[in-house]
Design a protein around this ligand. Structure first.
Ligand code: HSE
Length: 422
């Protein structure tokens, strides 16, 4: 019998306990041994929980228990869980974690620390989709050309409701929280950080690159408003929080931001809490993964798959997919300034003579060519919202143009830019 201790028995932890009990027969048959959740660690023992597992509020009760073989870390945070995971490894216990924030900062350190002791982290990226295994095992013969994903269920749920039902941002955020999709601090979701953590984990497996969140471009969905949704609907786009990893020669571009994408693209059909990841390999071509990206049972499905793997064979794969350093092909991170794509810009202005020509001059001065344009009158008639899309240009030029536009006396609010991805 294999004994499991679970540190953090919230939405996902409760599902892990319930599924290990409910599906114990199939899990035993697949793993070859019975797997039993024996102890859960919670912060508040007084809270009523409908769970059939012994609880404690002392993490050492798991770490010091010699009979516990596998520690499931679901406590959240970065530094505190890192210490807990290291202590578990030091006690020779295998670890399964869903903690993408910790891995975004400490994945290489943990890989080195763990040596041969398995660390499973399938649940850290895209919830119930087995994307880690797909990328690390299934696509290991390939040079990975790109990864494009919708990897935050909360944002995707919110954007879908905003686009399809016109629901307001705050109302829909509350709903995503009530459904158990959002992080404890939802600014991790809506600010793009959660998706960035996941992207960095995948980028390690794909490219062997040790980037941290502060090294890459991260923008959230906070500024998306009804005018942007109007523009997207009008021009055949969908708005998604997109995670992008792209390899070009000796560099990798890593970025997370809202993007306008063709409404008919496969990834644009990934709606609600679902996640979708497209991975292009040089041998296989494009592969696409789709499934629930958040929620207790879906995430627990991935956590338990790691537990079963560990019980079966101790997990033979190197944690981040590389046995050796990729000699002579160390990839650089591409600078955000060098991104080359199309853009949408929303500018709220005083509606007076000459404004449009000044704007087009500023864009022209920065080598930016306008592709389409809509003017929407405000109800007060003195102001107007101008919505532009551009042809391809460098990010640096757009940033400089937005800076110059922001300094004009006719500007009512700071211009907002959304990248258009094709
Ligand atoms: N808050 C995350 C999301 C949970 O919404 O995708 C899954 O990592």
């Amino acid at each position: 019998m294999v004994k499991v201790g679970i540190i953090g028995v919230g939405t996902v932890g409760s599902s892990v306990v319930n599924i290990l009990q409910k599906n114990r027969d199939i899990i035993k048959a697949r793993a070859g041994k019975e797997i039993v959740p024996v102890l859960g660690i919670v912060k508040n023992l007084d809270k009523t929980r409908d769970l059939d597992i012994k609880l404690s509020d002392n993490i050492d009760d798991v770490l010091e228990d010699e009979s516990i073989d596998i520690v499931v870390e679901l406590m959240g945070g970065v530094e505190a869980p890192l210490e807990v995971v290291k202590k578990a490894l030091a006690k020779n216990k295998a670890v399964v974690t869903a903690n993408k924030a910790m891995l975004a900062y400490h994945r290489y350190e943990l890989q080195q620390y763990a040596k041969e002791i398995p660390i499973g982290f399938e649940a850290s990226v895209a919830g119930g989709i087995p994307i880690i295994k797909a990328l690390r095992e299934g696509l290991s013969a390939n040079h990975i050309e790109s990864i494009k994903g919708i990897m935050n269920g909360t944002c995707n749920y919110m954007l879908t409701k905003m686009m399809k039902e016109g629901v307001a941002f705050d109302v829909i955020l509350k709903e995503a929280q009530d459904l158990g999709y959002a992080e404890a601090d939802p600014s991790f979701d809506i600010g793009g950080f959660d998706a960035a953590h996941k992207l960095l984990i995948l980028a390690s497996i794909a490219y062997g690159i040790d980037a941290k969140p502060e090294d890459i471009l991260i923008e959230g969905i906070e500024n998306i408003n009804k005018e942007d949704i109007f523009f997207a609907n009008e021009f055949g786009y969908s708005i998604k929080l997109l995670t992008i990893a792209k390899k070009t020669d000796d560099a990798v571009e890593l970025r997370v931001h809202p993007a306008l994408i063709d409404r008919n693209a496969m990834i644009a059909k990934v709606d609600g809490v679902m996640n979708g990841v497209s991975v292009v390999g040089d041998c296989v071509g494009e592969t696409m993964y789709y499934g629930p990206g958040a929620g207790g049972d879906a995430t627990a499905s991935s956590v338990i798959s790691d537990i079963i793997d560990i019980v079966r064979n101790g997990s033979n794969s190197p944690m981040l997919g590389f046995k050796n350093i990729l000699e002579n092909s160390v990839l650089k991170l591409k600078k955000a300034d060098d991104i080359f794509t199309k853009y949408y810009i929303r500018i709220e202005v005083e509606d007076r003579i000459g404004v449009l020509s000044k704007i087009s001059n500023i864009l022209g001065d920065h080598d930016i060519s306008i592709n389409s344009f809509i003017q929407k009158q405000s109800s007060d008639t003195q102001n107007a919202t101008l919505l532009f899309s551009t042809h391809q240009c460098f990010e640096k030029n757009i940033q400089n143009a937005i800076h110059d536009l922001g300094a004009c006396d006719f500007i009512r609010k700071n211009p907002v830019m959304i990248r258009i991805e094709e």
